[in-house]
Design a protein around this ligand. Structure first.
Ligand code: FPP
Length: 236
């Protein structure tokens, strides 16, 4: 349960980890863990909207995840495709309730039909305001910074104009607040190239739950812990 009268994080970022181990523990192929992982992703999106979180970012597929078997990569891409097709369908029926969706990451190397749907969904939802859902796909934090610097260089920005703000505005998360709380379940204690620029002042929360077992109660626990942290941003 969420504690009463706490200040909620404005932006939560989540590393959806442990799908493979969850499946292995059940004698299932790893891909089954990803399928359950997407169900949990949907449930947590809904829950975040219900409790009034404004920005939620999920790490779905990293630039390094291409190293996995073709079967596993194919399954994750098909889950993403299914999610995008469902969004398009719901948009047609006018069912997406005030949700802005953005895909963080490089479009290079992604299947053209997926890129087309991503662009469409982003354009259709860009002005929605209740909750912003970011899905990081083909995403790497270092890659994002290189991409941003190239963008500034291509625009002819002079060295003096390269400020923290200018760089922030060239990232995939442009115009969004930095994450306040970064959650990594599944007992791993690293950032794995996720939002490395934006994480500068984030609070971290780790626990042992595998992502397919993750519930809104687990998120409540992380938010409650966050609410008791003393954030000083370098001050005293
Ligand atoms: C990490 O667990 C999980 C991933 C690399 C993939 C997560 C992707 C999804 C849940 C589907 C994405 C689609 C949408 C629509 C969001 P792992 O496989 O590294 O688990 P392990 O550490 O136990 O092996």
């Amino acid at each position: 349960m969420l504690e009463e009268n706490i200040i909620l994080p404005q932006h939560i970022a989540i590393i959806m980890d442990g799908n493979g181990r969850w499946a292995k523990n059940r004698g299932l192929p790893r891909t089954e863990g990803h399928k359950k992982g997407v169900e949990v992703f949907r449930q947590i999106c809904r829950y975040c909207a219900d409790i009034g979180i404004q920005y939620v970012t999920f790490y779905a597929f990293s630039t390094e995840n291409w190293k996995r078997s073709a079967q596993e990569v194919g399954t994750i891409m098909n889950l993403l495709r299914g999610f995008l097709e469902e969004l398009e369908e719901r948009e047609k029926e006018n069912e997406i309730e005030n949700t802005a969706i953005r895909f963080l990451g490089s479009r290079e190397g992604m299947a053209p039909d997926i890129v087309q749907m991503m662009d469409l969904v982003e354009a259709q939802t860009a002005n929605k305001t209740k909750i912003h859902i970011n899905v990081a796909v083909n995403y790497g934090g270092r890659d994002e910074i290189v991409h941003a610097v190239r963008k500034l260089a291509a625009a002819g920005v002079s060295p003096a104009e390269i400020t923290e703000q200018a760089l922030s505005d060239a990232l995939y998360t442009a115009k969004q607040p930095d994450p306040d709380l970064i959650i990594r379940p599944s007992g791993e204690y690293r950032l794995s190239n996720f939002l490395i620029w934006q994480a500068a002042y984030a609070e971290f929360y780790f626990d042992d739950i595998l992502w397919p077992d993750y519930t809104p109660d687990d998120l409540d626990r992380a938010i409650n812990a966050y609410a008791h942290r003393n954030r000083r941003f370098g001050g005293v």
